[in-house]
Write a protein that binds this ligand. Structure first.
Ligand code: AMP
Length: 415
């Protein structure tokens, strides 16, 4: 039996990296006052269809959707924002002009072709700032994302940023793109030809060399911006400057999903290879209305946790996992084993120490060897003499120093 293609077991030997990322998530989000929202991993299919858009890759090709036994169409979540908004409306998180700062971390599902940094079950950490429209909200989200990557020690990265302006301008822009690309139809890749009418913006971020060459000369959103969109974008950029967060304005950045307007951004890393996006996000001012909620301008981002770990591994920025602190070693007698188990229990519960004991009735030599292999700091030996005298031998494996201590003294000895 094998795990499903595109899914991975996260094994005990690699969990330390995950815990490091999760600790950083908790730390940084708490600095900014974000609290965790845990949504179900499945939703009614409509939640994603409506929010993400029928013409996107995610909804069109990648969702794990199935009828449940009652006949409802259910989808394993391919992204979080749609579910966060569904949940915010359902539970009134932004009632009475309140804003909500939330974060999430967990598994997501997309039926994609597996490769390095791309899986069918992957994990995302994201933040959403719901109910604020100003550039101050954009900079809060951007700074949080930046600080998070800094805290993970991911250095080889870039922030790309763009504006998609208002839905009206985007509509005009789409029409301009359709007419421009239509006049070069035969030069477009097959994928882009099929997207031309439904989602022409996506052609701009195509990786196909022919598409790229055409996109370089395509009409620019920057030339069509209304005063408000322009002002908003310039304020965001000037706040990035004020915080000394480096960025590149990238007019070809559009993000894949339908719901974005104004600021969109992506963090990439050269440590990742072909799938070089660590994460991205943007402003979605009209998504709540789409779900029948009231106008609630919002902005958020999502990082792929596997990709964060790939980048951290490439830079060796994952700190070493700590080893258990002690190994209590016994002899092959019932009295000795009993004393070992009691001593280990007391050290764990009274002194909060991480303690390993042998559970296979092995020899003293085998236990010493295991302690060494585990990188243990101290071994505590309780043989027949020690049982009689109610004491033990403490050996510091790094210095080789050895002491005889009464069992009751151990607490104080280890502080
Ligand atoms: P998206 O909102 O689609 O741009 O996804 C945000 C981030 O999630 C991406 O930048 C990736 O880091 C990560 N991600 C998306 N899809 C996958 C996948 N299939 N496997 C691994 N990571 C993914």
């Amino acid at each position: 039996m094998q795990s499903i293609r595109g899914t991975k077991d996260i094994l005990p030997g690699e969990i330390h990296g995950w815990h490091t990322v999760e600790d950083r998530i908790r730390h940084i989000t708490s600095l900014y006052g974000y609290r965790e929202l845990r949504n179900p991993i499945m939703e009614y299919t409509d939640v994603f269809k409506r929010a993400v858009g029928e013409d996107t890759d995610i909804v069109g090709k990648e969702m794990y959707s199935f009828p449940d036994r009652g006949g409802d169409s259910i989808t394993l979540r391919p992204e979080a924002t749609a579910a966060v908004v569904r949940s915010a409306i359902q539970h009134n998180l932004t009632a009475q002009q309140q804003i909500a700062r939330v974060y999430y971390a967990g598994p997501f599902f997309r039926y994609e072709r597996p490769q390095k940094g791309r899986q069918r079950q992957f994990h995302q950490f994201g933040c959403e700032l719901l109910g604020a429209s100003g550039p101050e909200a954009d900079i809060e989200i951007l700074a949080l994302a930046h600080d998070f990557l800094e805290s993970l020690g991911i250095k080889s990265r870039e922030l790309h940023i763009n504006t998609l302006a208002t839905p009206e301008i985007r509509q005009q822009f789409k029409q301009e793109l359709i007419s421009y690309f239509s006049s070069h139809l035969s030069e477009l890749s097959e994928d882009s030809q099929s997207r031309l009418q439904s989602n022409p913006l996506r052609i701009l971020d195509s990786k196909n060399p022919g598409d790229k060459a055409l996109s370089a000369n395509a009409p620019k959103m920057q030339d069509m911006l209304d005063a408000e969109s322009k002002d908003h974008f310039e304020k965001v950029l000037s706040l990035l400057n004020a915080l000394s967060i480096p960025y590149t304005v990238n007019p070809l950045l559009v993000r894949g999903l339908d719901y974005y307007s104004h600021t969109v951004f992506e963090f990439t890393s050269t440590a990742l290879g072909a799938q070089d996006a660590l994460g991205g996000g943007g402003r979605y001012d009209h998504l709540f209305e789409h779900f029948g909620g009231k106008h609630t301008p919002s902005i958020g981002f999502a990082f792929g946790m596997e990709r964060l770990l790939l980048a951290m591994n490439a830079q060796e920025s994952i700190p070493e996992a700590s080893n258990p602190e002690m190994y209590v070693i016994g002899f092959e007698s019932d009295e000795s084993r009993k004393a070992v188990i009691s001593c280990a229990h007391a050290l764990r519960i009274r002194s909060g120490k991480q303690v390993i004991v042998d559970v296979q009735n092995r020899s003293l030599k085998a236990q010493m060897k295991e302690a060494d292999k585990l990188g243990i700091g101290h071994v505590i030996i309780i043989g027949p003499d020690e049982v009689l005298n109610n004491n033990c031998i403490v050996k510091d494996l790094s210095s080789g120093m050895q002491y005889t201590k009464s069992i009751d003294e151990l607490d104080a000895f280890f502080g």
